[in-house]
Design a protein around this ligand. Structure first.
Ligand SMILES: NC(=O)C1=CN([C@@H]2O[C@H](COP(=O)(O)OP(=O)(O)OC[C@H]3O[C@@H](n4cnc5c(N)ncnc54)[C@H](O)[C@@H]3O)[C@@H](O)[C@H]2O)C=CC1
Ligand SMILES: O=C(CO)COP(=O)(O)O
Length: 326
């Protein structure tokens, strides 16, 4: 079991890295890519999946780090199941899920923190389209934790010459940046699908950033996190790629396809759909203006067309650009 992040020698010497026992929960696109990165670094990796042969108890036995990379819809239940197992308090619980819990509006790290009060909790989030990472293309990410040693442990688990890992002390900001941009990616998919051009796309993304920051600050995140890899960085990657499932949801809607059909064709997780609903619960409850996400939510509900969503944004009251972030 690791008790400190890096086993450092005297200050002039390079750090000596330990082999970590990592359990990845979830064998979908992201869980598999992350497991491969750690395996490439010679760490000992076990992957659990709900339909796999290993029981959850077997999978986490002896793990220094337990990394949850499942879809949001399973996180609360998985946290409850993990809580029933005796996990040593020095084991790090990490999450790579980008979503919000419909029942509680909590983020995954908030769910895990509530279930594991004594454990270090970390978030992995960044511009990380799994297909590119699985191909070994260069990428960077953020590991965020209020426990700096835990963040450094995960940094050494995943860092390589094609995957650059930064640490951050703001797990909530890192997680919310990655989560809320999925709703923006749906909007940008619509924008591209309607052929509205680069000016419109740039305006949409730029105006979406203060919207995300407003929600993030309200929930207690740090503003600078949203200008980094897990905020602006992830928004740019996701909104600029047809690999993004959320972008493809928006694109499909713009072509007049039904949401159910789009999701069935995707065959994998597009968290932005659920996130749009939960975000509206938060925004309505707390009185936070989120005009772009609101239009995406209306579109997903089927109450407006893609064209009407755009018109709704263009017809808003005129105002100075430097508007309130709080
Ligand atoms: N694929 C990507 O490029 C990235 C994905 N993510 C996030 O990672 C999470 C997982 O995404 P993917 O692996 O791409 O999705 P996926 O659809 O490929 O896999 C989802 C995984 O979650 C598991 N799962 C679903 N419901 C479950 C439940 N109720 N209980 C236990 N396990 C359950 C599935 O069995 C599967 O292993 C999502 O929150 C996504 O936003 C984050 C960064 C990159
Ligand atoms: O979060 C992602 C990239 O960082 C993955 O985006 P999608 O879930 O839209 O495919």
């Amino acid at each position: 079991m690791v008790t400190s992040s890096l086993n450092r020698q005297a200050s002039a010497s390079p750090p000596v890295f330990q082999t970590i026992n990592l359990t990845v929960l979830g064998s979908g696109a992201w869980g598999s890519a992350l497991a491969q990165l750690a395996q490439n670094n010679q760490h000992s990796v076990r992957v659990w999946s709900r339909r796999g042969e290993l029981s959850l108890e077997e999978a986490i036995a002896g793990a220094d780090v337990i990394l949850s990379a499942i879809s949001m819809k399973g996180v609360a239940e998985l946290a409850e199941r993990l809580k029933e197992l005796s996990i040593p308090s020095q084991s790090i619980i990490a999450t790579a899920t980008k979503g919000l819990d419909p029942a509680t509006t909590r983020t995954p790290s908030q769910i895990y923190q509530a279930a594991f009060l004594e454990h270090p909790i970390a978030v992995l989030s960044g511009p990380n389209l799994s297909k590119e990472i699985a191909q070994g293309l260069p990428a960077a990410t953020v590991i965020a934790s209020t426990d700096a040693a835990a963040a450094e442990t995960l940094q050494q688990v995943f860092s390589s010459d094609c995957f650059r890992v930064y640490t951050s002390p703001d797990p909530l900001g890192a997680e919310l940046g990655g989560t809320l941009k999925n709703v923006v990616a749906i909007a940008v998919g619509v924008c591209d699908g309607l052929g509205l051009g680069s000016n419109a796309k740039s305006a949409l993304m730029t105006r979406a950033l203060p919207e995300i920051i407003r929600v993030g600050l309200h929930m207690g995140a740090q503003i600078e996190t949203f200008y980094g890899l897990s905020g602006l960085g992830d928004m740019l990657a996701t909104c600029d790629s047809t690999l993004s499932r959320n972008y493809r949801v928006g694109y499909g809607l713009s072509q007049g396809k039904a949401l159910d059909q789009i999701l069935a064709e995707l065959g994998s997780t597009a968290e932005g759909v659920n996130t749009a609903y939960v975000l509206m619960d938060i925004a309505n409850r707390e009185g936070i203006p989120v005009p772009i996400s609101r239009q995406v939510h209306r579109l997903l509900k089927g109450s407006i067309t893609p064209r009407e969503a755009l018109e709704g944004l263009m017809e808003r009251d005129l105002k100075p650009e430097s508007c309130d972030l709080l």
